[in-house]
Design a protein around this ligand. Structure first.
Ligand code: NAP
Ligand code: MG
Length: 520
């Protein structure tokens, strides 16, 4: 492992940040890392961008710069792909010669190191992304460690099959036919800013289990935790060239998507960029998997246990400042209980403590950036201007930082932008439906997206009937946003291609080879 030397003058007054809660002795090392995070990780070395340029990353709670990272671009992607290519194509490289068991142990060690550095990683995530520290620790960091631990077990269980084929080439001919699962090659992974470490884990865990090599591009807004993860992966014993990390902007992502030396791209982010990636991938017809946006419906029937359903539905939208691809942003409420539920969800919204993620009592932090702040406020004006009402919220919270009030919108119509488009902020449209399943299934499925959905009811038959009819990759019943490393996650329709997590995730990084031998 090596830690970079400064590539720039430290910019932010880091002393203004609280490092309370870090294990003894690590505060200074942490501060140094935030000021001088790793540069680009290429072929096991931390290097400057070819251009020598850097860019700043900001704390969205204060709008202050945290420090600078290397500004990687197409020429750096070139070097990273070449390193990943060499490591993969050399069958005698340390990585390719590693046994599945050794690979599994290495992946498990990465999970252990994440656990050992949980406080530090959570703090990085809070400073860079804005989310509450408590959430960063129990959700982002804990699930990341768990993902590596879960995926480590798959390294030794990637199996083909023996196939009883019926081919006859000559009387009495006999065959041995089997399949092999082989790593797909060099993989480009492009990730967003809403769960920076966890999205890196979702991508890297199965990729390493499958035995591919990787070029990872974190989001420009949140590069820090991926760089620290890079250090931890080297500490765990990951050979040079297996994972290369290039911090940068969309042009660096586009260079990965277009590169002929990349065999597969795995992307998480907006549907708009997902489309660009599909186009860019056409050159060498690289494989593509996509985890995109959503406009997920929550269906709340009148027989729901309101003590569970109301706070649950509120959490389904407000968790992570509403910046979740699976956010339950359309809340369909059976008409008889509409007023009661709207009032209940609005009360939940009013109870939320908004503030810097670093404060112990904060339940909702700022949005990620000025751009996202303006985008969400723009949606609020659009909805309110078109005739919607906000029984709670409806605007900016505070004066500094990118805070938005958790908002409930009523009196929307199905054609409004706030109902059709992904807002990616703490805004829920509360929409009444008529009793019976049909009205709500039609409305719930009236979207180009199909990522997730939720159902709140005490009627087990209705719950499963509705679950079967909603066109979405995940359905939560009497809960929401319950994620597990073992459970596949991904989208129908324009919400994506392929699945992450569970054993399904391995398929993203494997080819199937059929071997047919005629026996003499
Ligand atoms: P985005 O542009 O899709 O960014 C996701 C990743 O793709 C980032 O690493 C980004 O780089 C990279 N990228 C940008 N342009 C690219 C291109 N042409 N080719 C390859 N990679 C490219 O998302 P965003 O701008 O951060 O957020 C916009 C909206 O996307 C949000 O408002 C939200 O609706 C949605 N979103 C969805 C998810 C999700 O989990 N489904 C996550 C985040 C955002 P840089 O950002 O570093 O430039
Ligand atoms: Mg930041």
């Amino acid at each position: 492992m090596s830690i970079s030397t400064p590539t720039h003058a430290p910019s932010a007054a880091d002393s203004s940040h609280s490092f309370a809660g870090l294990p003894e002795g690590s505060a200074e090392r942490f501060q140094n890392f935030v000021r001088n995070p790793g540069r680009l990780l290429i072929d096991g070395e931390w290097v400057d961008a070819v251009s020598g340029k850097t860019f700043e990353t900001f704390n969205p709670a204060t709008e202050e710069s945290l420090g600078s990272v290397a500004h990687g671009a197409a020429e750096d992607i070139e070097l990273a792909v070449a390193a990943a290519r060499r490591c993969f194509d050399d069958e005698h490289s340390d990585w390719r010669r590693m046994t599945p068991s050794e690979r599994g142990k290495l992946i498990y060690r990465i999970g252990d190191l994440i656990e050992q550095h949980a406080d530090e990683l959570a703090l990085l995530e809070t400073l860079d992304n804005g989310k509450p520290l408590t959430i960063a620790k129990v959700a982002d960091v804990a699930l990341s460690a768990d993902l590596f631990h879960y995926m480590s077990g798959w390294a030794t269980k990637i199996e083909g099959g023996t196939i009883p084929i019926s081919a006859i080439t000559a009387p009495g001919s006999e065959f041995l036919a089997y399949t092999r699962k082989e790593p797909v090659g060099v993989v480009g992974q492009i990730i967003p800013w809403n769960f920076p470490l966890l999205m890196a884990a979702w991508k890297l865990g199965p990729a390493l289990a499958a035995g591919v090599t990787v070029v990872l591009k974190p989001a420009e807004q949140t590069p820090l935790s991926a760089l620290r993860l890079g250090e931890l992966m080297l500490e765990a014993g990951l050979p040079a060239g297996v994972v290369n990390i290039v911090t940068g902007f969309g042009d660096a992502g586009a260079a990965i998507a277009a590169h002929d030396g990349v065999d597969k791209v795995a992307f998480t982010g907006s549907t708009e960029v997902g489309r660009l990636i599909v186009h860019a991938a056409a050159g060498n017809l690289k494989k593509v998997s996509l985890e995109l946006g959503g406009k997920s419906p929550q269906v709340l029937y009148k027989d729901a246990d309101m003590d569970v359903a109301i706070p649950g539905a509120a959490n389904g939208i407000f968790f992570n400042q509403g910046q979740c691809c699976n956010a339950g942003s359309r809340l369909y409420i059976e008409r008889d209980v509409y007023d009661e539920v709207v009032e209940g969800v609005a009360n939940e919204a009013k109870k939320i403590t908004i503030g810097p993620g670093i404060n112990a009592d904060t339940q909702m932090g700022p949005l990620i950036s000025q751009e996202q702040h303006e985008k969400v406020l723009g949606y609020l004006s659009s909805g309110l201007g078109a005739g919607a009402h906000a029984p709670t919220g409806g605007g900016r919270a505070g004066v500094h930082g990118y805070f938005v009030e958790p908002t409930v919108l009523t009196d929307t119509t199905p054609d409004m932008k706030v109902v059709r488009e992904e807002i990616f902020g703490p805004v829920v449209c509360a929409i009444p439906f008529d009793s019976g399943d049909d009205d709500v299934i039609r409305s719930g499925n009236d979207t180009n997206y199909g990522l997730a959905s939720g159902i709140w009811t005490r009627d087990i038959n209705k719950a499963h009937r509705t679950a079967h009819r909603l066109r979405a990759g995940t359905v939560w019943i009497n809960c929401y946003s319950v994620f597990d490393a073992a459970m596949p996650f991904g989208g129908y329709k324009e919400s994506g291609w392929g699945r992450e997590m569970g054993h399904n995730a391995l398929e993203n990084y494997l080819e199937t080879k059929s071997v047919v031998a005629q026996l003499a």
